[in-house]
Ligand binder design. Structure first.
Ligand code: 5GP
Ligand code: SF4
Ligand code: MG
Length: 455
Protein backbone atom coordinates (compact mmCIF):
# COMPACT_ATOMS: atom_id res chain seq x y z
CA UNK A 1 0.00 0.00 0.00
CA UNK A 2 0.93 3.64 -0.30
CA UNK A 3 0.58 6.33 2.36
CA UNK A 4 0.68 10.10 2.24
CA UNK A 5 -0.22 12.69 4.87
CA UNK A 6 0.23 16.43 5.29
CA UNK A 7 -0.47 18.72 8.24
CA UNK A 8 -1.42 22.39 7.98
CA UNK A 9 -1.39 23.32 4.31
CA UNK A 10 -4.12 25.28 2.58
CA UNK A 11 -4.10 22.81 -0.32
CA UNK A 12 -3.73 19.70 1.82
CA UNK A 13 -6.38 17.58 0.11
CA UNK A 14 -5.28 18.44 -3.43
CA UNK A 15 -1.66 17.73 -2.52
CA UNK A 16 -2.69 14.42 -0.96
CA UNK A 17 -4.53 13.48 -4.14
CA UNK A 18 -1.52 14.32 -6.32
CA UNK A 19 0.85 12.48 -3.99
CA UNK A 20 -1.36 9.39 -4.00
CA UNK A 21 -1.29 9.50 -7.77
CA UNK A 22 2.49 9.14 -7.71
CA UNK A 23 2.12 6.21 -5.29
CA UNK A 24 -0.44 4.42 -7.45
CA UNK A 25 2.07 1.64 -8.25
CA UNK A 26 1.87 0.65 -4.55
CA UNK A 27 -1.80 -0.24 -4.75
CA UNK A 28 -4.60 -0.23 -7.27
CA UNK A 29 -7.50 -1.86 -5.50
CA UNK A 30 -8.84 1.16 -3.68
CA UNK A 31 -8.02 4.65 -2.46
CA UNK A 32 -9.22 7.14 0.09
CA UNK A 33 -8.59 10.41 1.89
CA UNK A 34 -9.49 11.52 5.41
CA UNK A 35 -9.24 15.21 6.24
CA UNK A 36 -9.62 17.36 9.34
CA UNK A 37 -11.15 20.78 9.67
CA UNK A 38 -9.75 21.05 13.20
CA UNK A 39 -13.00 19.88 14.78
CA UNK A 40 -14.05 16.73 12.97
CA UNK A 41 -12.68 14.27 10.44
CA UNK A 42 -14.31 13.68 7.08
CA UNK A 43 -13.53 10.91 4.65
CA UNK A 44 -13.99 9.71 1.11
CA UNK A 45 -12.94 6.40 -0.39
CA UNK A 46 -13.67 4.09 -3.25
CA UNK A 47 -12.56 1.01 -5.15
CA UNK A 48 -10.07 0.84 -7.99
CA UNK A 49 -7.51 3.30 -9.27
CA UNK A 50 -7.40 6.71 -7.66
CA UNK A 51 -9.25 8.45 -10.49
CA UNK A 52 -12.06 5.89 -10.31
CA UNK A 53 -12.06 5.65 -6.52
CA UNK A 54 -12.60 9.31 -5.69
CA UNK A 55 -15.09 11.47 -7.52
CA UNK A 56 -14.72 15.18 -8.17
CA UNK A 57 -17.61 15.84 -5.79
CA UNK A 58 -15.95 13.84 -3.02
CA UNK A 59 -12.70 15.75 -3.44
CA UNK A 60 -14.56 19.03 -3.61
CA UNK A 61 -16.20 18.26 -0.25
CA UNK A 62 -12.76 17.94 1.43
CA UNK A 63 -11.12 20.80 -0.40
CA UNK A 64 -10.99 23.43 2.32
CA UNK A 65 -9.48 21.14 4.96
CA UNK A 66 -5.84 21.89 5.85
CA UNK A 67 -4.93 18.46 7.28
CA UNK A 68 -5.21 15.31 5.32
CA UNK A 69 -4.09 11.70 5.02
CA UNK A 70 -4.51 9.35 2.07
CA UNK A 71 -4.02 5.70 1.18
CA UNK A 72 -3.83 3.55 -1.94
CA UNK A 73 -4.64 -0.07 -1.25
CA UNK A 74 -2.87 -3.22 -2.35
CA UNK A 75 -4.83 -6.18 -1.00
CA UNK A 76 -2.71 -9.05 0.22
CA UNK A 77 -4.81 -11.22 2.46
CA UNK A 78 -8.11 -9.47 3.04
CA UNK A 79 -10.92 -9.36 0.55
CA UNK A 80 -11.03 -6.42 -1.79
CA UNK A 81 -14.27 -4.99 -0.41
CA UNK A 82 -14.95 -1.29 0.00
CA UNK A 83 -15.10 -1.78 3.77
CA UNK A 84 -11.39 -2.68 3.71
CA UNK A 85 -10.34 0.43 1.78
CA UNK A 86 -8.42 2.93 3.91
CA UNK A 87 -8.00 5.38 5.56
CA UNK A 88 -10.48 4.05 8.08
CA UNK A 89 -12.58 6.65 9.86
CA UNK A 90 -13.94 5.89 13.34
CA UNK A 91 -16.34 8.12 15.23
CA UNK A 92 -16.74 8.28 18.99
CA UNK A 93 -17.82 10.79 21.61
CA UNK A 94 -14.20 11.29 22.68
CA UNK A 95 -13.21 12.28 19.16
CA UNK A 96 -12.69 11.00 15.64
CA UNK A 97 -9.91 8.70 14.49
CA UNK A 98 -8.48 8.37 10.99
CA UNK A 99 -6.18 5.43 10.31
CA UNK A 100 -4.00 4.36 7.39
CA UNK A 101 -1.68 1.35 7.45
CA UNK A 102 0.91 -0.20 5.14
CA UNK A 103 2.19 -3.65 6.01
CA UNK A 104 0.76 -6.64 7.76
CA UNK A 105 0.21 -7.16 11.48
CA UNK A 106 1.06 -10.80 12.17
CA UNK A 107 -0.74 -11.07 15.52
CA UNK A 108 -3.91 -9.24 14.46
CA UNK A 109 -6.04 -12.36 14.48
CA UNK A 110 -5.05 -13.27 18.04
CA UNK A 111 -5.88 -9.75 19.21
CA UNK A 112 -9.10 -9.64 17.26
CA UNK A 113 -10.41 -12.90 18.68
CA UNK A 114 -9.68 -11.76 22.21
CA UNK A 115 -11.42 -8.43 21.60
CA UNK A 116 -14.40 -10.12 19.98
CA UNK A 117 -14.76 -12.35 23.02
CA UNK A 118 -14.91 -9.20 25.12
CA UNK A 119 -17.71 -7.85 22.93
CA UNK A 120 -15.96 -5.83 20.25
CA UNK A 121 -17.64 -5.82 16.85
CA UNK A 122 -15.36 -5.38 13.87
CA UNK A 123 -16.48 -3.59 10.74
CA UNK A 124 -13.88 -5.00 8.37
CA UNK A 125 -11.77 -8.11 7.79
CA UNK A 126 -8.61 -5.99 7.79
CA UNK A 127 -5.72 -6.64 10.19
CA UNK A 128 -5.39 -2.85 10.57
CA UNK A 129 -8.68 -2.42 12.40
CA UNK A 130 -7.33 -3.91 15.65
CA UNK A 131 -5.34 -0.73 16.12
CA UNK A 132 -8.50 1.36 16.55
CA UNK A 133 -10.07 -1.07 19.02
CA UNK A 134 -6.90 -1.25 21.09
CA UNK A 135 -6.47 2.52 21.13
CA UNK A 136 -10.06 3.08 22.32
CA UNK A 137 -9.37 0.75 25.28
CA UNK A 138 -5.83 1.83 26.08
CA UNK A 139 -5.12 3.66 29.35
CA UNK A 140 -2.40 6.27 29.63
CA UNK A 141 -1.73 9.83 30.67
CA UNK A 142 -2.16 11.27 27.18
CA UNK A 143 -2.82 10.26 23.63
CA UNK A 144 0.84 9.61 22.83
CA UNK A 145 1.20 7.31 25.83
CA UNK A 146 -1.89 5.38 24.74
CA UNK A 147 -0.66 5.06 21.17
CA UNK A 148 2.69 3.76 22.46
CA UNK A 149 0.92 1.12 24.52
CA UNK A 150 -0.99 -0.09 21.48
CA UNK A 151 2.07 -0.17 19.21
CA UNK A 152 3.92 -2.21 21.82
CA UNK A 153 1.26 -4.92 21.53
CA UNK A 154 1.52 -5.25 17.75
CA UNK A 155 3.87 -7.56 15.89
CA UNK A 156 4.69 -7.45 12.23
CA UNK A 157 5.08 -4.81 9.59
CA UNK A 158 3.34 -1.51 10.08
CA UNK A 159 3.76 1.97 8.81
CA UNK A 160 0.89 3.91 10.39
CA UNK A 161 -0.66 7.31 10.03
CA UNK A 162 -3.01 7.97 12.94
CA UNK A 163 -5.08 11.12 12.76
CA UNK A 164 -7.25 12.99 15.23
CA UNK A 165 -8.88 16.39 14.76
CA UNK A 166 -5.73 18.07 16.01
CA UNK A 167 -2.83 15.68 15.56
CA UNK A 168 -1.15 13.38 13.08
CA UNK A 169 0.88 10.53 14.56
CA UNK A 170 3.27 8.55 12.38
CA UNK A 171 4.72 5.24 13.50
CA UNK A 172 6.99 2.64 11.97
CA UNK A 173 7.41 -0.89 13.33
CA UNK A 174 10.64 -1.82 15.10
CA UNK A 175 11.91 -3.72 12.03
CA UNK A 176 11.12 -0.91 9.60
CA UNK A 177 9.88 -3.41 7.03
CA UNK A 178 7.96 -0.90 4.92
CA UNK A 179 9.49 2.41 3.87
CA UNK A 180 8.27 5.67 5.37
CA UNK A 181 9.67 9.10 4.60
CA UNK A 182 9.44 12.51 6.21
CA UNK A 183 9.16 15.64 4.09
CA UNK A 184 8.14 19.26 4.15
CA UNK A 185 6.03 21.27 1.75
CA UNK A 186 6.27 25.01 2.41
CA UNK A 187 5.75 25.15 6.21
CA UNK A 188 3.83 21.88 6.42
CA UNK A 189 5.32 18.55 7.43
CA UNK A 190 4.36 15.61 5.26
CA UNK A 191 4.89 11.87 5.28
CA UNK A 192 4.95 9.39 2.42
CA UNK A 193 5.73 5.76 1.65
CA UNK A 194 8.15 6.90 -1.04
CA UNK A 195 9.97 10.10 -1.89
CA UNK A 196 8.46 10.17 -5.39
CA UNK A 197 5.37 11.58 -3.65
CA UNK A 198 7.43 14.56 -2.44
CA UNK A 199 8.74 15.18 -5.95
CA UNK A 200 5.21 15.06 -7.29
CA UNK A 201 4.08 17.93 -5.05
CA UNK A 202 7.32 19.91 -4.87
CA UNK A 203 8.03 18.99 -1.24
CA UNK A 204 11.49 18.56 0.28
CA UNK A 205 12.59 15.07 1.34
CA UNK A 206 13.90 15.42 4.91
CA UNK A 207 14.84 11.85 5.85
CA UNK A 208 13.83 8.19 6.14
CA UNK A 209 11.77 7.43 9.24
CA UNK A 210 13.60 4.92 11.47
CA UNK A 211 12.36 1.59 12.86
CA UNK A 212 10.45 2.11 16.11
CA UNK A 213 10.01 5.86 15.58
CA UNK A 214 6.90 7.68 16.73
CA UNK A 215 6.39 11.18 15.35
CA UNK A 216 3.58 13.50 16.38
CA UNK A 217 2.65 16.54 14.34
CA UNK A 218 0.29 19.18 15.72
CA UNK A 219 -0.28 22.87 15.10
CA UNK A 220 2.42 23.48 17.72
CA UNK A 221 5.07 21.64 15.75
CA UNK A 222 6.69 18.24 15.50
CA UNK A 223 7.71 15.82 18.26
CA UNK A 224 10.19 13.00 17.67
CA UNK A 225 10.03 9.96 19.92
CA UNK A 226 10.30 6.16 19.88
CA UNK A 227 7.68 3.67 21.04
CA UNK A 228 10.29 1.00 21.77
CA UNK A 229 14.02 0.66 22.40
CA UNK A 230 14.17 -2.54 20.41
CA UNK A 231 15.33 -1.94 16.87
CA UNK A 232 16.20 -4.51 14.24
CA UNK A 233 16.24 -2.87 10.80
CA UNK A 234 14.81 -5.18 8.16
CA UNK A 235 13.64 -3.09 5.24
CA UNK A 236 11.92 -5.24 2.62
CA UNK A 237 14.36 -6.21 -0.14
CA UNK A 238 11.49 -6.35 -2.61
CA UNK A 239 11.02 -2.59 -2.20
CA UNK A 240 14.42 -2.14 -3.83
CA UNK A 241 14.09 -4.98 -6.32
CA UNK A 242 10.64 -4.37 -7.63
CA UNK A 243 8.10 -2.48 -5.62
CA UNK A 244 9.32 1.11 -5.23
CA UNK A 245 9.36 3.57 -8.11
CA UNK A 246 12.76 3.96 -9.78
CA UNK A 247 13.00 7.66 -8.89
CA UNK A 248 12.19 7.11 -5.20
CA UNK A 249 15.11 7.49 -2.82
CA UNK A 250 16.20 5.52 0.22
CA UNK A 251 18.75 7.30 2.38
CA UNK A 252 19.35 9.53 -0.61
CA UNK A 253 19.97 6.73 -3.13
CA UNK A 254 17.51 6.27 -5.95
CA UNK A 255 15.96 2.88 -6.45
CA UNK A 256 17.24 3.18 -10.03
CA UNK A 257 20.83 3.36 -8.82
CA UNK A 258 20.37 0.39 -6.49
CA UNK A 259 18.74 -1.71 -9.23
CA UNK A 260 21.53 -0.82 -11.65
CA UNK A 261 24.07 -2.06 -9.10
CA UNK A 262 22.09 -5.30 -8.70
CA UNK A 263 22.35 -5.74 -12.48
CA UNK A 264 26.13 -5.12 -12.39
CA UNK A 265 26.55 -7.77 -9.70
CA UNK A 266 24.42 -10.21 -11.67
CA UNK A 267 26.69 -9.72 -14.71
CA UNK A 268 29.66 -10.77 -12.57
CA UNK A 269 27.86 -14.00 -11.68
CA UNK A 270 26.42 -14.83 -15.11
CA UNK A 271 28.91 -16.63 -17.34
CA UNK A 272 26.90 -16.17 -20.55
CA UNK A 273 27.78 -14.12 -23.62
CA UNK A 274 25.16 -12.95 -26.08
CA UNK A 275 24.53 -10.38 -28.82
CA UNK A 276 22.25 -8.13 -26.82
CA UNK A 277 20.83 -7.51 -23.34
CA UNK A 278 17.15 -6.70 -22.92
CA UNK A 279 15.41 -5.49 -19.78
CA UNK A 280 11.80 -6.30 -19.00
CA UNK A 281 10.11 -2.90 -18.82
CA UNK A 282 9.74 -0.99 -16.60
CA UNK A 283 11.06 -2.30 -13.30
CA UNK A 284 14.05 -4.20 -14.82
CA UNK A 285 15.43 -1.53 -17.15
CA UNK A 286 17.85 -0.23 -14.52
CA UNK A 287 19.21 -3.72 -13.82
CA UNK A 288 19.61 -4.35 -17.57
CA UNK A 289 21.59 -1.10 -17.90
CA UNK A 290 23.87 -2.17 -15.06
CA UNK A 291 24.28 -5.62 -16.60
CA UNK A 292 25.16 -4.12 -19.98
CA UNK A 293 27.64 -1.63 -18.47
CA UNK A 294 29.40 -4.37 -16.52
CA UNK A 295 29.44 -7.05 -19.25
CA UNK A 296 30.01 -4.80 -22.25
CA UNK A 297 27.12 -6.47 -24.08
CA UNK A 298 25.01 -3.77 -25.78
CA UNK A 299 21.55 -3.19 -24.41
CA UNK A 300 18.55 -2.83 -26.68
CA UNK A 301 14.89 -2.21 -26.17
CA UNK A 302 13.78 -5.64 -27.32
CA UNK A 303 10.56 -5.69 -25.34
CA UNK A 304 7.93 -3.01 -25.49
CA UNK A 305 5.43 -2.26 -22.82
CA UNK A 306 1.87 -1.17 -23.33
CA UNK A 307 1.63 1.40 -20.59
CA UNK A 308 -2.14 1.27 -20.42
CA UNK A 309 -2.14 -2.17 -18.82
CA UNK A 310 -1.68 -2.13 -15.03
CA UNK A 311 1.01 -3.99 -13.10
CA UNK A 312 0.55 -7.66 -14.00
CA UNK A 313 1.59 -9.08 -10.70
CA UNK A 314 -1.11 -7.14 -8.93
CA UNK A 315 -3.88 -8.47 -11.22
CA UNK A 316 -5.85 -11.05 -9.23
CA UNK A 317 -6.19 -14.59 -10.52
CA UNK A 318 -3.77 -16.58 -12.66
CA UNK A 319 -5.77 -16.29 -15.87
CA UNK A 320 -6.09 -12.52 -15.51
CA UNK A 321 -2.36 -12.36 -14.88
CA UNK A 322 -1.48 -14.34 -18.02
CA UNK A 323 -3.76 -12.27 -20.18
CA UNK A 324 -2.34 -9.08 -18.71
CA UNK A 325 1.27 -10.14 -19.40
CA UNK A 326 0.44 -10.88 -23.04
CA UNK A 327 -1.31 -7.52 -23.39
CA UNK A 328 1.51 -5.74 -21.67
CA UNK A 329 4.75 -6.97 -23.23
CA UNK A 330 5.62 -7.49 -26.88
CA UNK A 331 8.96 -8.27 -28.50
CA UNK A 332 10.52 -5.99 -31.12
CA UNK A 333 11.04 -8.58 -33.88
CA UNK A 334 13.47 -6.49 -35.91
CA UNK A 335 15.79 -6.20 -32.90
CA UNK A 336 15.73 -9.78 -31.62
CA UNK A 337 15.49 -11.78 -34.86
CA UNK A 338 18.48 -14.11 -35.30
CA UNK A 339 20.10 -12.85 -32.07
CA UNK A 340 21.27 -14.53 -28.96
CA UNK A 341 19.56 -12.58 -26.20
CA UNK A 342 20.03 -12.09 -22.46
CA UNK A 343 16.77 -11.01 -20.82
CA UNK A 344 17.00 -9.37 -17.42
CA UNK A 345 14.00 -9.45 -15.10
CA UNK A 346 14.01 -8.24 -11.51
CA UNK A 347 12.34 -11.34 -10.12
CA UNK A 348 10.54 -14.55 -10.93
CA UNK A 349 7.57 -15.31 -8.70
CA UNK A 350 5.04 -17.58 -10.38
CA UNK A 351 7.02 -17.63 -13.62
CA UNK A 352 4.12 -16.25 -15.64
CA UNK A 353 6.15 -13.36 -17.00
CA UNK A 354 9.34 -15.26 -17.86
CA UNK A 355 7.50 -18.17 -19.51
CA UNK A 356 5.68 -15.77 -21.76
CA UNK A 357 8.77 -13.67 -22.54
CA UNK A 358 10.92 -16.64 -23.50
CA UNK A 359 8.22 -17.98 -25.80
CA UNK A 360 7.44 -14.59 -27.34
CA UNK A 361 11.12 -13.80 -28.01
CA UNK A 362 11.67 -17.19 -29.64
CA UNK A 363 8.56 -16.74 -31.76
CA UNK A 364 9.99 -13.38 -32.80
CA UNK A 365 13.11 -15.17 -34.05
CA UNK A 366 15.57 -14.97 -31.14
CA UNK A 367 18.17 -17.74 -31.53
CA UNK A 368 18.88 -18.16 -27.82
CA UNK A 369 17.14 -16.70 -24.77
CA UNK A 370 19.12 -16.58 -21.53
CA UNK A 371 17.31 -15.36 -18.42
CA UNK A 372 19.14 -13.27 -15.84
CA UNK A 373 17.31 -12.39 -12.64
CA UNK A 374 18.57 -9.46 -10.57
CA UNK A 375 17.40 -11.03 -7.31
CA UNK A 376 17.90 -14.46 -5.70
CA UNK A 377 15.48 -17.36 -6.25
CA UNK A 378 12.23 -16.44 -4.55
CA UNK A 379 11.12 -19.47 -2.57
CA UNK A 380 8.98 -18.46 0.40
CA UNK A 381 5.76 -16.51 1.00
CA UNK A 382 5.79 -13.05 2.54
CA UNK A 383 3.86 -12.33 5.76
CA UNK A 384 4.69 -8.64 5.85
CA UNK A 385 2.48 -7.10 3.23
CA UNK A 386 3.76 -8.11 -0.19
CA UNK A 387 1.79 -10.59 -2.20
CA UNK A 388 4.37 -13.15 -3.26
CA UNK A 389 1.70 -15.72 -2.58
CA UNK A 390 1.78 -19.28 -1.32
CA UNK A 391 4.46 -21.94 -1.63
CA UNK A 392 2.30 -23.81 -4.14
CA UNK A 393 2.25 -20.87 -6.53
CA UNK A 394 5.90 -19.88 -6.24
CA UNK A 395 7.76 -21.56 -9.08
CA UNK A 396 11.12 -21.89 -7.30
CA UNK A 397 9.71 -22.99 -3.93
CA UNK A 398 10.72 -26.60 -4.44
CA UNK A 399 12.50 -26.58 -7.77
CA UNK A 400 16.18 -26.24 -8.54
CA UNK A 401 17.37 -23.46 -10.84
CA UNK A 402 17.79 -26.05 -13.62
CA UNK A 403 14.18 -27.17 -13.18
CA UNK A 404 12.87 -23.61 -13.20
CA UNK A 405 14.94 -22.95 -16.32
CA UNK A 406 13.38 -25.92 -18.03
CA UNK A 407 9.90 -24.92 -17.01
CA UNK A 408 10.23 -21.41 -18.40
CA UNK A 409 11.86 -22.77 -21.55
CA UNK A 410 15.02 -20.63 -21.38
CA UNK A 411 18.45 -21.69 -22.70
CA UNK A 412 19.97 -20.77 -19.34
CA UNK A 413 18.91 -19.16 -16.09
CA UNK A 414 21.07 -17.26 -13.61
CA UNK A 415 19.93 -15.64 -10.38
CA UNK A 416 21.79 -13.09 -8.28
CA UNK A 417 23.20 -14.61 -5.10
CA UNK A 418 21.91 -13.55 -1.68
CA UNK A 419 25.41 -12.41 -0.62
CA UNK A 420 25.93 -10.13 -3.60
CA UNK A 421 22.45 -8.69 -3.13
CA UNK A 422 23.30 -7.72 0.45
CA UNK A 423 26.69 -6.32 -0.67
CA UNK A 424 24.77 -3.90 -2.87
CA UNK A 425 22.40 -2.87 -0.09
CA UNK A 426 25.25 -2.28 2.32
CA UNK A 427 27.04 -0.18 -0.27
CA UNK A 428 24.00 2.08 -0.38
CA UNK A 429 23.84 2.57 3.36
CA UNK A 430 21.23 -0.03 4.27
CA UNK A 431 21.03 -0.79 7.97
CA UNK A 432 19.65 -4.30 7.37
CA UNK A 433 17.26 -5.89 4.92
CA UNK A 434 14.58 -8.54 5.14
CA UNK A 435 15.36 -11.38 2.71
CA UNK A 436 12.89 -13.96 4.06
CA UNK A 437 11.21 -14.71 0.74
CA UNK A 438 14.65 -15.75 -0.57
CA UNK A 439 16.19 -17.40 2.49
CA UNK A 440 13.25 -18.42 4.67
CA UNK A 441 14.85 -16.50 7.58
CA UNK A 442 11.80 -14.61 8.79
CA UNK A 443 12.81 -11.70 11.03
CA UNK A 444 9.39 -11.66 12.71
CA UNK A 445 7.57 -14.78 13.80
CA UNK A 446 4.29 -15.34 11.95
CA UNK A 447 2.23 -15.49 15.13
CA UNK A 448 -1.23 -15.92 13.63
CA UNK A 449 0.14 -18.59 11.31
CA UNK A 450 -2.00 -17.25 8.49
CA UNK A 451 -0.81 -18.04 5.01
CA UNK A 452 -1.42 -15.71 2.11
CA UNK A 453 -4.56 -16.71 0.23
CA UNK A 454 -4.39 -18.55 -3.06
CA UNK A 455 -5.77 -16.24 -5.72
P1 5GP B 1 5.77 -13.76 -12.18
O1 5GP B 1 5.26 -13.39 -13.52
O2 5GP B 1 6.99 -14.61 -12.20
O3 5GP B 1 4.70 -14.30 -11.28
O4 5GP B 1 6.20 -12.40 -11.45
C1 5GP B 1 7.38 -11.79 -11.82
C2 5GP B 1 7.10 -10.45 -12.38
O5 5GP B 1 6.28 -9.74 -11.48
C3 5GP B 1 8.39 -9.68 -12.56
O6 5GP B 1 8.43 -9.16 -13.88
C4 5GP B 1 8.35 -8.59 -11.53
O7 5GP B 1 8.67 -7.32 -12.10
C5 5GP B 1 6.95 -8.61 -10.96
N1 5GP B 1 7.04 -8.79 -9.49
C6 5GP B 1 7.98 -9.43 -8.88
N2 5GP B 1 7.85 -9.43 -7.56
C7 5GP B 1 6.76 -8.75 -7.27
C8 5GP B 1 6.13 -8.43 -6.06
O8 5GP B 1 6.54 -8.75 -4.98
N3 5GP B 1 5.03 -7.71 -6.14
C9 5GP B 1 4.56 -7.33 -7.30
N4 5GP B 1 3.46 -6.62 -7.29
N5 5GP B 1 5.13 -7.62 -8.46
C10 5GP B 1 6.24 -8.34 -8.50
FE1 SF4 C 1 9.97 -8.12 1.47
FE2 SF4 C 1 10.40 -10.69 0.97
FE3 SF4 C 1 10.72 -9.73 3.44
FE4 SF4 C 1 8.27 -9.92 2.37
S1 SF4 C 1 9.64 -11.63 2.87
S2 SF4 C 1 9.12 -8.20 3.53
S3 SF4 C 1 8.69 -9.45 0.20
S4 SF4 C 1 11.92 -9.19 1.61
MG1 MG D 1 8.39 -6.77 -14.24
Amino acid sequence: CGLFGIWGHKEATELTYLALHSLQHRGQEGAGIVASNGEYLFGARGMGLLNEALSKEQLESLKEFPKSIGHVRYATRDSSALSNVQPFLFKSHIGDLGLAHNGNIVNALHIRRALEDEGAIFQTTSDSEVFAHLLRRAKGKDRKARIKKVLQQLKGAFAFMIMSENSLTIALDDHGVRPLMLGKKDDAYCVASETCAFQAIGADYIRDIEPGELITITDDGIDFDKYTDYENPNLCSMEYIYFARADSEFRGNSTYRIRKALGEELAKEMPVTADIVIGVPDSSLAAAKGFSDESGIPSEQGLLKNRYVGRTFIASGQEARERAVRMKLSPVRDIVEGKSVIVIDDSIVRGTTSKYIVRALKEAGAREVHMGVSSPPLKHPCFYGIDVSTHAEIIASNKSTEEVCEEIGADSLTYLSVDRMHDVYRKFGSRGQCDACFTGNYPIENIDGLLPQEK
